[in-house]
Design a protein around this ligand. Structure first.
Ligand code: ATP
Length: 328
């Protein structure tokens, strides 16, 4: 492994997700393993511009693999969107002797990293951290699996009250552009219907389907709605529509919100974060730059950052079919 780089910085940017701490730990410890220096950057690109750095060693990251959120804090930085802001960030990195940057975040954070590389030739590497699983080049982003487990636990609890009172529950989960959380958690939680941004079910079909569920003997129903679903109504309007068009159901709404982002990362996310951190640092030490680390068919691989940013993830059509069959 060619080791031209002697010091790497790591930051977390954009929305936080469970597993970010495990990824920071992995980056720091992989640097320690290869005997290169590592600094943590506080508050994403905001801290990069201000030079808010902290030298980190293997012991600085003890006790964080099981913690949600990010010990480095995350932020959204307007200033980093300007050339002047990025210039300041470059100067701060140079002053600290940093020669490579690992960015843990979503596609916005990767866009910033790529522009930074294009302007200053500074080596960057991305680790996908977002619960939405909406990044091309990896089957799983960090935090997706944990968020699914959180949502399924919530659905199970809501089902208890739904079935005790013959209620119909609309449960809103995160996913503005993609329905990965809704589809997977919906199947796992036994939802009768799943509304996702990729598919417009239509209100009539929704009511038909709920009526069918009831005539088939179901006394309660759960409908999972992704934030960005295409049906054209928000979850409270959906409730009103069903209230007006279906009799005999007590319709309730539950918006899960930010609880989906928190909590201890699952075993899967901890292992994934550990693998991604090793791959990111070792790829950089091997001279690779402008890539995102991802998981594909069980293996770690690199996707050029521009492809990861532009590429779209697709919903698994087989899961849609499974969901249809399961709601029979
Ligand atoms: P999430 O998936 O949670 O939204 P994200 O990484 O996509 O995460 P953004 O808010 O889109 O979150 O981006 C994070 C930060 O990346 C921004 O606050 C900004 O500092 C930087 N960034 C995003 N787009 C650009 C850009 N075009 N040029 C420079 N910097 C950018």
């Amino acid at each position: 492994m060619s080791q031209k780089i002697k010091k790497i910085a790591v930051l977390t940017s954009g929305g936080d997700s469970p597993g970010m701490n495990a990824a920071i730990r992995s980056v720091v410890r992989t640097c320690a393993y290869h005997k290169i220096e590592c600094v943590g950057v506080y508050r994403g690109y905001e801290g990069l511009i201000e030079g808010d750095f902290k030298e980190m060693n293997a012991r600085s990251v003890r006790g964080i693999i099981n913690k949600g959120g990010t010990i480095l804090k995350s932020a959204r930085s307007k200033e980093f969107r300007t050339v002047e802001g990025r210039q300041k960030a470059h100067e701060a990195l140079k002053k600290a002797g940093v020669e490579g940057l690992v960015v843990i975040g979503g596609d916005g954070s990767f866009t910033g990293a790529l522009i930074f590389n294009q302007e200053f030739g500074f080596p960057v590497m991305g680790i996908p951290g977002t619960i939405d699983n909406d990044i091309f080049g990896t089957s799983h982003t960090l935090g997706f699996d944990t968020a699914l487990n959180t949502v399924v636990e919530a659905i199970d609890k809501i089902r208890d009250t739904a079935s005790s009172h013959n209620r119909l529950f609309f449960i809103e989960v995160m996913g503005r552009d993609v329905g990965h959380i809704a589809l997977n958690a919906g199947i796992a939680g036994g939802a009768e219907e799943i509304l996702i941004p990729e598919e417009d079910l239509g209100l009539d079909r929704l009511v038909d389907s709920l009526n069918k569920s009831r005539t088939s003997g179901k006394s309660s129903s759960i409908v999972i709605v992704a934030e960005g679903d295409k049906i054209g109504k928000n979850i409270f309007e959906l409730k009103d529509y069903v209230d007006q068009n279906m009799e005999g159901y007590d319709v309730r709404v539950s918006v899960l919100g930010h609880m989906q982002r928190g909590g201890a990362p699952s075993c899967f996310d901890r292992v994934l974060a550990s693998r991604m951190g090793v791959k990111a640092v070792e790829s950089m030490l091997g001279g690779e730059t402008n890539f995102m680390v991802g998981l594909m068919n069980g293996k770690m691989l690199l996707t050029p950052l521009d492809k990861a940013i532009k590429g779209k993830t697709k919903i698994n059509l087989e899961l849609l079919r499974v969901s249809d069959i399961m709601s029979t």
